[in-house]
Write a protein that binds this ligand. Structure first.
Ligand code: FAD
Length: 472
C-alpha cells in the first residue's frame, strides 16, 4: 500500500497504471494490533481502507495464487467468482509473512495467531467472554480453565499482546465482583533463553521481570509438547488446562512464493538486491517480510529483519526506484541501520531501545505511541488514532465482548428454524433464573426481593455478599 500510494502520487498522467491485488479491503498497521486487542484503539482505526486511499489505483479484491513472471502473468483468485489471469509489465511482490508453526499436537485445532485485525479482535472478545463465563460459574475447574491464557513465543508481537491483554483484563476485573486478577493465569512460553530479541539483553531482562512482577508466568527455555483438547503439556513436565492459546512464535515467508518462478533463498524468501529488485530478474521488485534484502549496514550475508521499520522504508524507496527506472534515471540502494525497538507493555508501560537510548516505563510507552503515530499512514488515520488515545484519557476502556459478530445470523437462524421451541418450553437448564421457583429458590421471575435474602437464592457467582437486595 505504501508503494502504491507513492506511485499514485508521483506518476505522471498516462505514465503507468497501478493494480493492487489484496484479499482484504484494507491494509493493517500490525504494530497497533495489541492496542486494538486491548481496546485502546478502535479496530477500524488500525486499518487503512484501500479503495479510499488508493483512489488512483485499480484495487482487485482477491488473492494471487501463483505467478509466471517470465510471461508476466499473475493468477488471481477473486474473493468471489472465477479465477483469471492478470497481465502486467512490472511486478511488486510483497505478500508478507505467515505464522511459522510447528507440528505440535492440538495446535492447529485450538491455536490462533496474532497477525490480523480479525485475530486481535477475536482474542479480545474471547478473553472478555471467558471472564464473563468464569464470573457466572461456581465450578472451580471451569473458572480456572476459562481464565488461563497461554501465549507461545516471546518476540514483540507475543510480548506486546500478552502485556496489553493482561493489562486490559486486570482493569476489567473492576467490573467483575466475582473475579480478582489473581484468579487469572497468564502464561508466556518461550523456547529461547530470553524475550524481546529485538531489544538489548538488559532491556529484555527488564521486560521479563516487569511482566513477572505483574503476575504473568514467564516460562523461558521452555517448549510446548502438546495442546490436545486444551491440555497444555510443557517439556518441563508441567501440565495444565487452558481455553485460549495464542501462537506468536515467529513468521515465515508467504507460502505463495513457492508457486512462482521467482528465485527464493533457503528460508523461502524472495532473493533481492540492495536496490529491492528481485535478484537476476527483470522488472520484478520486492520488499518487506517476504524479501531477503541485503542489510548493507551489517555486511556480507546479513539481511534486513522482518519489521515494519524496514518494510515501510523499503516500500517508499521501492516506489522511487520504479519511477526512476521507468524514467531512465539511476536507482538507489536500501540502507537503513536498524534503529532498535519500542514496545508497549500496557497502558503507561513500555520498553524502548532506540539508537542506544534505553527507556523504561512511561517515557518508553510515550515514545512507542509517538513513533507509531508518525508511521501510521494518512493524516485521517493519525487523527483517528490520536482521538482514540485522547478519549481514553477521560473515559475508561470499553469492556464489552462482541463475540456474536462471528456468527451474527445465529439468533435469526434459530428463530426461523421450524424446530425452534416456543418460548414457554425453554429448558430449565438453560434458564436457571427464570425457573427459580420450580428449582426451589422461592422467588418469582424478574423479582425484586427486599431485605435479607435467603442463602439458597444466591445461585450464580461466588462473590456476592449475603444480605443484599437481589434483582434477577
Ligand atoms: C502484533 C504485531 C506487532 C508488530 N509490531 C511491530 C513493531 O512494533 N515494530 C515493527 O517494526 N514491526 C512490527 N511488527 C512487524 C510488522 O508489522 C511487519 O514486519 C510488517 O507488517 C511487514 O510488512 P509487509 O508489507 O511485508 O507484510 P504485511 O504487512 O503482512 O502485508 C502483506 C499483505 O499481503 C497480503 N497478501 C498475502 N497473501 C496474498 C496473496 N496471495 N495475494 C494478495 N495479497 C496477499 C496480505 O493480506 C497483507 O495485506 C509487528 C507485527 C505484528 C504481527
Amino acid at each position: 500500500m505504501y508503494t502504491a500510494l507513492r506511485l499514485q502520487r508521483r506518476l505522471r498522467q498516462g505514465e503507468a497504471t497501478v493494480t493492487v491485488v489484496e484479499p482484504n479491503s484494507y491494509m493493517t498497521y500490525q504494530p497497533f494490533l495489541p492496542e486494538a486487542a486491548a481496546g485502546n484503539l478502535e479496530p477500524r482505526h488500525v486499518v487503512v481502507p484501500l479503495r479510499s486511499v488508493l483512489n488512483g489505483c485499480r484495487v482487485v479484491s482477491g488473492s494471487v495464487t501463483g505467478l509466471n513472471h517470465a510471461q508476466r502473468r499473475a493468477y488471481i483468485a477473486p474473493n468471489q467468482g472465477t479465477p483469471y489471469e492478470l497481465h502486467y509489465d512490472v511486478l511488486v511482490g510483497c505478500p508478507g509473512s505467515v505464522a511459522r508453526t510447528l507440528p505440535i499436537p492440538g495446535l492447529a485445532e485450538l491455536g490462533i495467531g496474532f497477525k490480523s485485525v480479525a485475530e486481535a479482535i477475536h482474542i479480545r472478545n474471547k478473553v472478555i467472554e471467558r471472564m464473563d463465563s468464569a464470573a457466572s460459574s461456581n465450578d472451580p475447574q471451569l473458572r480456572r480453565r476459562a481464565l488461563t491464557f497461554v501465549f507461545i513465543g516471546g518476540g514483540f508481537a507475543g510480548i506486546e499482546a500478552i502485556a496489553e491483554l493482561e493489562d486490559m483484563a486486570r482493569d476489567a476485573c473492576k467490573f467483575y465482583p466475582e473475579l480478582s486478577p489473581s484468579d487469572m493465569r497468564w502464561v508466556m512460553v518461550e523456547a529461547s533463553g530470553r524475550v524481546l530479541p529485538e531489544v538489548s539483553p538488559a532491556m529484555g531482562l527488564y521486560t521479563l521481570k516487569q511482566l513477572e512482577h505483574r503476575g504473568i508466568e514467564m516460562k523461558i527455555n521452555t517448549r510446548v509438547k502438546s495442546l490436545v483438547d486444551g491440555h497444555v503439556v510443557l517439556d518441563s513436565g508441567e501440565e495444565f488446562d487452558a481455553e485460549t492459546i495464542i501462537w506468536t512464535a515467529g513468521v515465515k515467508a508467504h507460502p505463495l512464493l513457492a508457486n512462482t518462478d521467482l528465485p527464493l533463498d533457503e528460508r523461502g524468501r524472495i532473493k533481492a538486491t540492495a536496490f529491492l529488485q528481485v535478484d537476476g530478474v527483470e522488472q520484478a521488485w520486492t520488499a518487506g517480510d517476504c524479501a531477503a534484502v541485503p542489510d548493507l549496514t551489517r555486511g556480507e550475508g546479513a539481511t534486513t529483519s522482518p519489521s515494519a521499520q524496514h518494510a515501510v522504508r523499503q516500500a517508499r524507496l521501492l516506489a522511487n526506484n520504479i519511477l526512476a527506472d521507468l524514467r531512465g534515471e539511476p536507482i538507489a540502494p536500501y540502507e537503513h541501520r536498524y534503529a532498535g525497538s519500542v514496545a508497549s507493555l500496557g497502558l503507561h508501560k513500555g520498553v524502548a531501545d532506540v539508537y542506544g537510548m534505553k527507556l523504561r516505563g512511561w517515557p518508553a510507552w510515550l515514545m512507542h505511541r509517538t513513533y507509531h503515530l508518525s508511521r501510521v499512514p494518512t493524516f485521517n488515520r493519525k487523527a483517528r488514532v490520536l482521538a482514540d488515545w485522547t478519549l481514553a484519557l477521560f473515559f475508561r476502556r470499553e469492556i464489552v465482548s462482541l463475540g456474536a459478530f462471528a456468527d451474527p445470523r445465529a439468533g435469526f437462524r434459530e428463530a426461523a428454524s421450524p424446530s425452534a421451541a416456543p418460548a414457554a418450553q425453554v429448558s430449565t437448564a438453560s434458564a436457571p433464573v427464570l425457573s427459580s421457583k420450580s428449582a426451589g429458590h422461592g422467588e418469582p421471575n424478574a423479582s425484586v426481593t427486599g431485605g435479607r435474602k435467603p442463602a439458597a437464592t444466591r445461585t450464580v457467582g461466588p462473590a456476592k455478599p449475603s444480605g443484599e437486595t437481589s434483582v434477577a
